[in-house]
Write a protein that binds this ligand. Structure first.
Ligand SMILES: [Zn+2]
Ligand SMILES: [Zn+2]
Length: 278
């Protein structure tokens, strides 16, 4: 598959990952990918030495010699997944500006301090319905995009939909049109890409959606394009063996059919899959 997989984790640098970099790279070559971006976790909680927060200098040193200059070989890019919390936005901005990164992804993993993976009921407490929750979450993501405007990508906008306690938990445009429009306007202004993350598809299929239903809502993508968005990053968000490029062919097909541009970031600039600068 001819694309750069832009969001992946490696053992030793993300506490929830078990695949060593060497193995991930071998998988990428075997699959015929153009490249792979490592985006290990940086979930800062005020203390840099928590388990979910890598040591930036050590990580940059570790990744330093990995990128290949030869475009006929696999691109190995150095990224980071910044877990946003409003309390630490100044710190997030600082890390996002480190020039050594090829690609910075801004992600929201908590709502009101609650991780939906561990407490799906707690995270929706007080919300009347799915629409209200979706709208709040998408607005929270829009706030993060304003706070860290130089982050290259908004990671998995639909992360929370994976874990919500209700049966039908997908994030659809129709549930929060104003919030999506606000988010997309900010992202487009900032030059940020919209990430489509196969991890969500995987989870939604596990929650009784068919594969087709579990793909990102087409209205979301159409509206992003209508408002002037074109940059899309495709991510398997692999954490272990055998996950790289899983389900991403469906995302690529969807994106290409809509005339959006799958891209990757190198030195924090977007490129298409022919390695042309966008
Ligand atoms: Zn994430
Ligand atoms: Zn991730």
């Amino acid at each position: 598959m001819s694309y750069v997989d832009t969001h992946n984790h490696q053992a030793g640098w993300s506490v929830d990952a078990s695949i060593p970099l060497q193995e991930l790279v071998k998988e990428a070559r075997d699959l015929g990918l153009l490249g792979v971006t490592l985006t290990d976790h940086y979930d800062y909680n005020g203390e840099a030495d928590n388990d979910w927060c890598l040591d930036v200098d050590a990580y940059i040193e570790h990744m330093k010699d990995k990128r290949q200059a030869d475009l006929n070989d696999l691109l190995i890019l150095t990224g980071i997944e910044l877990g946003y919390t409003p309390e630490h936005k100044a710190h997030m901005v600082e890390v996002s500006l480190r020039p050594e990164f090829d690609h910075t992804i801004l992600s929201l993993h908590f709502h009101r301090g609650i991780d939906p993976y561990y407490d799906p009921d707690g995270v929706v407490k007080g919300y009347e319905n799915h629409k209200r929750f979706t709208s709040t979450l998408i607005n929270d993501i829009a706030d993060s995009a304003i706070a860290v405007p130089k982050a290259n990508t908004i990671g998995h906008y639909d992360f929370f939909s994976r874990y919500l306690p209700w049966q039908k938990s997908k994030f659809n445009y129709v549930d929060a049109p104003d919030a999506f429009d606000r988010l997309f306007s900010i992202m487009i202004e900032n030059g940020q890409s919209l990430e489509l993350n196969a991890g969500t598809i995987h989870r939604l299929v596990g929650k009784s959606y068919s594969l087709e239903e579990a793909l990102p809502d087409e209205m979301v993508l159409r509206r992003y394009k209508e408002l002037g968005g074109h940059l899309i990053t495709i991510a398997s968000d692999a954490h272990r063996s055998g996950k790289l490029a899983e389900l991403t062919s469906h995302l690529l097909a969807q994106v290409n059919a809509l005339g959006l541009t799958p891209c990757y970031f190198k030195e924090q600039k977007p490129y298409d899959m022919s390695h042309s600068r966008l």
